[in-house]
Design a protein around this ligand. Sequence first.
Ligand code: B16
Ligand code: MG
Length: 219
Amino acid sequence: MEKISACIFDLDGVVVDTAKYHYIAWKSLAKGLGFNFTKEDNERLKGVSRMRSLDILMEIGGVDLDDETLLKMAAKKNEEYLEYILKMTPDEILPGVKDLFENLKENGVKIALGSASKNAMLILKQLKLTSYFDAIVDGTHVSKAKPDPEVFLKGAELVGFKPENCVVFEDAEAGVEAAINGGMRCVGIGSPKVLGKANFVVPGFEGFTFETLKKGLDK
Ligand code: B16
Ligand code: MG
């Protein structure tokens, strides 16, 4: 098995559950435009960029707006989303994440972030996690969205390792595909039904260590 030198983490849905805040903010935007937006609809937005999410929302509502108005809508949604983000505390870090970070550090494994979010830096700051990361790549650094591997390849480059020595942790199908497209191994966080293309899938990080990772990839 190739050596594991770095782990690259997606943010939303892997380190923290911000999907619930995205949902509230998109729902209120939809309400303002006169249509309903459900939790099931919200699943389609996971891992997807802000503007692409808005496109999907408009498709769901059957609403057609010009580009300038769309930009205003995206800014409005982000303003509401930020109200929730600014109230976040380290209590919201998903179970097992911090222990895994400590364990990876003890094993000399580098940690990188590979997120589509333009708010990633703020979220990491709120969670007091910034110092764990050897490299941070987010929605402000990339031009191509997942399943394009750009975000993860940049992360690998920044920590100085080849894709085959990096493992990605992802909760979205497009993110798993991005890891594979970049020549990296991938652990799915969530349901095997959705993330079946990953090397293996776990429901979350409780009790998950570097040993668990090596064993899971060995199978
Ligand atoms: P923002 P990830 C993604 O983050 C979210 O899953 C997705 O729902 C969101 O639309 C996207 O970030 C952009 O977020 O509006 O904050 O730039 O899963 O790639 O960490
Ligand atoms: Mg995600």
